[in-house]
Design a protein around this ligand. Sequence first.
Ligand code: GLN
Length: 548
Amino acid sequence: MAKEGHKYIFVLGGVMSGVGKGVATSSIGLLLQQKGYAVNLVKVDPYLNVDAGTMNPTEHGEVFVLKSGLETDQDMGNYERFLNRDLTNEDYMTSGMVYQSVINRERALGYGGKCVEAIPHVRDEILRRFEAAAEYNGSRISVIEIGGTVGDFQNALFIEAARVLKMEHPENVLFVMVSYLPTPGTLGEMKTKPTQTAVRELNSYGVQPDFIIARSREPIDEKRREKISVSCNVRKDRIISAPDITSIYEAPLNFDRGNLGDELLEALNLTEKRKASLAAWKKFARAVNNDKAPEVAIAIVGKYFDTGDFVLSDAYLSVIEAIKFSAAKLGKRAKITWINSKQFEKGAPVSQLAKYQGIIVPGGFGETGIEGKIKAIQYAREHKIPYFGLCYGMQLMVVEYARHVANIKDAHTTEIKKNTAEPVVDIMPEQKQNLFDGKYGATMRLGTYPAYLKKGTVARAAYKKELVEERHRHRYEINPEYVDRLQKAGLVFSGTSPDGVLMEIAELPKSTHPFMLGTQFHPELQARPLDPHPLFTEFLKAALKRKA
Ligand code: GLN
């Protein structure tokens, strides 16, 4: 049981998805945290996947890996970035996870011979998880985002659980609906009807929203505020105008101007009010949004480009944000260009990369565009363009070096060529067994692992410490049998696992290249607005030294 008097804020979507429920949740979390309350944020994903790890990024955006190794939704990344702290397994749940625990318990006769049903058993498992998250975090307020929109089949049980919580503790539970007010081009007028309909739909669950966050292109006017208030039965001062903004990092500042933090605290009967100190955040938001800051031109050479531009930025969300944070810290603005590596396989000149100041090859899986990426890496190395490889980008950097410098002509990763004569990147035996058994979910090397950094290396100088912890998500590793040969050819493995077996960072010395470094882990997952990642910052510093 969560502590007596624990407060819950449920954030629900009305009208349509994708209008910023996650950002609203993160912002509410930040505001309440800055007002001195211990807050935990929970993401509920209504799909049946047990975690987000088995979904293609073009399907569902980036897979965000927690410290524990749990593979989650990209919203969890935003939560961590806004709160500036690590989240835990308790802070994330999917329908798949909930059902799995209920079914496992049923198989173990845990329901004492009863007929196991969605209500009460699944609902109660959801409630148990809400409480466990509050308990584990030792928080005062839980902000829980229920994925999807009101009216979906999938999320109904979660809303039902929240309703029961409110029924039992009316003074401790709030509902915030994030709605959308469209302005159809032909009318040029902002419409409140979809919001009214969504609230009515929510009412049919027995739930009344206490707050409405009114997302729209322009701020809402008095007339519409009035209309929503009367028709949706929500006090006018609890309808928060949330017009489009240029960056999500403005959202908490906007909400603060609308007094959302104080209004929520008042509604929850939490009386110790402190003024939120958003000074550091404000400074960051200004820096990250400063379009007068000089540009630094970065190319991301990847492959998840097939479904249009917006999918792209979702698939590599943390990478983009990590670049922005470090750029802001340096008083610069990153101009990111997406380059599909497949084109280099079809003969497009790789020399087009010359116009960028830095090149990133991010994480990825499978065969598509691999040789194109290797060409891009070779170009970056030979033309001394700062290069940063993330996970797959590190493995391919090592393959490229093996082929073209260490004279291991057939070097490859066994992910692509199973029986290659030169498996420079290879699968670990236990991972091989997983694949053989068809066990794909949650079986990669996942979550935080320590790495020791060698003295006198680029990595060590960037981190300024010897021991670092970073998050992983991969099956393949640099094959230890090739390490000697690669090192003799000039490649430096500047970070290794404590036992020295796993290569965590590969780099070229400063004397031969301005910045050529790859990490087996995903540094982007720990980059935070108020705490940018040192490797991204070093990469950008090197990039800035190169003329665009
Ligand atoms: N496909 C590679 C592996 O599984 C890299 C994974 C990644 O980039 N996240 O090892």
